[in-house]
Structure formats: structure tokens, C-alpha cells
Design a binder for this molecule. Structure first.
Ligand code: AKG
Ligand code: FE2
Length: 396
């Protein structure tokens, strides 16, 4: 019998036995899908490049290439931070509409998105969201210069009774911790792919990390603005990594990487991709773990060695809460595929992450005040300005 390796807690089924005998039993009604049986990886608290790190990095890369998703154990600290963040999530969405609706900002895309407001592939989603982007005060030079998407986060006021924390405190503490883990994951991926240390991490200095605090109504409790049973339509996320936690309800589906399914979301929208086709894999909730999927920029820099993970969310019989943390390049970063970096014949213009981000948010929120202000003030063109395309900009 093979000895289990130190970084692997065990196949999902083994640790699930005591909790739930059938992990597929929570699958939202009306969906046909395989049920993922994911091992849970234990990550080191820092990455040194040791033999253990290299072997773990290779195992993570292999798992993403096979399954499109990995599952990692929460540390004890993260369990507490997650508990508080989930409480803040529930407390915010339980507020009356009149308290949530004003949480918008004309400059940043941070803040409240009502159920039926987000559009994926032209169809309204039922997700109700609070987005957190880099929280920049009005006096920040980038906000004063009116860089697209740069501005404050319109946090709700007040302390949550259950935790004694404001939403800002609970969510920021949780995601700051995930930011450290995001860097470790990038370090492990560099080792796993055998590229120069720092090949990914050089892009994340002052990274444009952001977070989606999510609530999905039960399928029989929607406002009828979207597609029946759909929480979020099929899509890929934009940057490098998405580290996500979910409660015990269930709703997330992903697609495994496949030779037959080629896409590049930065060139042509992958939203709506195979939404109603076969081949989806249900990701059952597991207590005490985060899952990690990959974004467009990871696919681009690795030249499809690590593909962005298509995913969607279905509505279940109960309301569901989740939090997705996006570990991203700097807004100003221009990313290049690994092999081209430093080559004299490098004609590849690369991808400016800030432009990709802005394109995606304008597409998802065509009617939001932020999109209207950006267009009315003709600020889209600023994305071409050299200062917004260098990580050494003196304004950043
Ligand atoms: O609800 C989830 O588990 C994932 C949400 C998601 O895909 C997103 O916020 O982009
Ligand atoms: Fe997503």
C-alpha cells in the first residue's frame, strides 16, 4: 500500500465519510454533473524552494491540469477569519434594500450589485454581490488622476452584532490572509512548472486583488429577473488565482481542462461557454477548506499549460453564501507569456491587466454608474497611457 504523502490529507471520500455519505446529494436540482472527489492539500506557511515545495508544486500543477481545481485545508486562523467573514456576508445581505443600494461608487466597481443586476453572456444572474476592490481614498494620486476603476470601496456602516466587527474589518482581515496564501500558491506554481522563481510573483506587487462577497437566493425565492435556476452563468475569471470558500449548501460547477475546449477570454468572451452542455463537475461543499481555480492571466502567461477554469453557479433549494478572493496582477502590469520574456525578438505586445479588468467589468455592468461615468468622462483611452502600463509608475 502506498504511503500517503505529507501534503495530502486524503481523498475527499475518505474525509467525507464522517460528515456526509453522499457528497453529490447537495447538487442543485436540474443539474447533471460528475461529482468532484478532491484530495485536500496542506500548504506550507512559506515557500522556500525546498524539495518538498517542488514536489508539492508539481502535484498542484498536475491536479489543476487534470481537474481544473484544487482543494486546500484552512489553517486554524483561517477557520476563524472565514467564520467572521461568512457572518459579515450574511449580515450584510440581510439588511433592507435601502441600506444596501447606496453602497455604490461612481469611480470604482466596488460595492453592491443587486440580484438581477450582473450580466453574464447577455443574461442576468441571480447572484447578489458585494465587490471589494482596492480601497483607495479620494486623495490617492491615482484616484485624483481619475484612473479607470480606481476609487473607494463604499463599505456599509455599522458593527455586526454577531462578530463585533464591521464588514470592512471582517472581510479585509480574511482576504489579507488569503493574499499571503495567494503569493505562496504562485511560488509553488513557479516551482511546479519549473520556471524562474518570481516569474508570476513579479506581477503581483501592489496586486489588483479583489473579492466578491456572494449570496445566492434559493431557487424558489428569486425576483424573476434572470434565468431560472441560474446563480451565475458560465464564465472564466480574469486574473491569476481565485481562492474561494462556500457554506454547506452547494452550487458551484467547473469544467475540467480539455483539448476539445479551447478558448481565450481576453480575445473573445468565454462567458456562456458550454453552459447547458454535458461535462460539468459539481464541487461539493467541504467543511474547513478553500478551493482554488485559475484565471485568464494564468492561462495566458503559461501558454495554456494551466487553463483558466470555466465555472458557473446553480441555485439550490436553500440560500447559499460564498466568498471568492481574486489574487491578481497589478492593474498596471503588462503580462507576457513565459517563453517570450527577455527574448530580443519579442514582438508580443502582452496583455495589460488593467485593460482586461476594465473590459470585463464594463461588459458585466453596462448600466452601472461606474461604467456610465467612465464613458461620459472619456477615460477608457487612459488605459493606453504609458504611466498606467508600467509597474514603476510614480503614482502607484
Ligand atoms: O459562488 C461561487 O462559488 C463562485 C462565484 C464566482 O464564480 C464568481 O464570483 O466569479
Ligand atoms: Fe467566477
Amino acid at each position: 500500500m502506498q504511503k500517503p504523502r505529507a501534503w495530502l490529507i486524503g481523498p475527499y471520500r475518505a474525509i467525507a465519510q464522517t460528515k456526509e455519505s453522499d457528497p453529490g446529494s447537495s447538487i442543485p436540482p436540474g443539474h447533471r454533473a460528475d461529482v468532484a472527489a478532491l484530495p485536500t492539500f496542506l500548504l506550507p506557511s512559506n515557500v522556500t524552494g525546498s524539495a518538498h515545495d517542488r514536489s508539492l508544486g508539481r502535484a498542484l500543477v498536475a491536479q489543476w491540469q487534470r481537474e481544473g481545481i484544487i482543494q486546500i485545508a484552512m489553517t486554524n486562523t483561517q477557520r476563524q477569519l472565514w467564520k467572521d467573514a461568512l457572518a459579515a456576508n450574511r449580515a450584510f445581505f440581510a439588511r433592507p434594500h435601502v441600506e444596501k443600494a447606496p453602497c455604490v461608487d461612481p469611480l470604482s466597481y466596488a460595492g453592491y450589485i443587486a440580484s438581477g443586476e450582473e450580466v453574464t453572456a447577455g443574461i442576468a444572474d441571480y447572484s447578489e454581490i458585494f465587490t471589494v476592490t482596492k480601497d483607495l481614498p479620494p486623495e490617492d494620486p491615482r484616484v485624483r488622476a481619475r484612473w479607470p476603476c480606481h476609487g473607494p470601496c463604499p463599505w456599509p456602516k455599522g458593527v455586526d452584532q454577531a462578530t463585533g466587527l464591521t464588514m470592512k474589518e471582517a472581510i479585509t482581515r480574511y482576504t489579507d490572509n488569503l493574499g499571503q496564501q495567494g503569493e505562496n500558491l504562485l511560488g509553488l506554481i513557479e516551482l511546479g512548472l519549473g520556471v524562474q522563481p518570481g516569474s508570476l510573483r513579479k506581477y503581483t506587487r501592489d496586486g489588483w486583488h479583489h473579492t466578491r462577497v456572494l449570496r445566492f437566493p434559493a431557487r424558489n425565492a428569486t425576483n424573476s429577473k434572470g434565468k431560472e435556476g441560474r446563480g451565475i452563468g458560465s464564465h472564466t475569471d480574469y486574473g491569476l488565482l481565485v481562492i474561494a470558500g462556500q457554506d454547506d449548501v452547494g452550487g458551484l460547477f467547473i469544467r475540467r481542462p480539455s483539448q476539445q475546449e479551447q478558448f481565450a477570454n481576453w480575445k473573445e468572451s468565454a462567458a456562456g461557454l458550454r453552459e447547458d452542455d454535458d461535462g460539468w463537475v459539481y464541487v461539493p461543499p467541504v467543511d474547513g477548506v478553500h478551493t482554488v481555480i485559475l484565471g485568464d492571466m494564468m492561462q495566458y502567461v503559461t501558454r495554456n499549460k494551466l487553463m483558466a477554469t470555466p465555472h458557473k453557479v446553480g441555485l439550490n433549494t436553500r440560500e447559499r453564501n460564498a466568498i471568492a478572493y481574486f489574487h491578481e496582477p497589478s492593474f498596471q502590469a503588462v503580462l507576457k507569456p513565459f517563453e517570450l520574456v527577455g527574448e530580443a525578438t519579442d514582438n508580443e505586445p502582452g496583455i495589460h491587466y488593467g485593460t482586461h479588468f476594465t473590459n470585463m467589468f464594463m461588459r458585466n455592468y453596462p448600466d452601472r454608474i461606474t461604467t456610465k461615468t467612465l464613458l461620459a468622462e472619456n477615460r477608457y483611452g487612459m488605459l493606453q497611457v504609458p504611466e498606467l502600463r508600467t509597474m514603476d509608475s510614480h503614482l502607484a
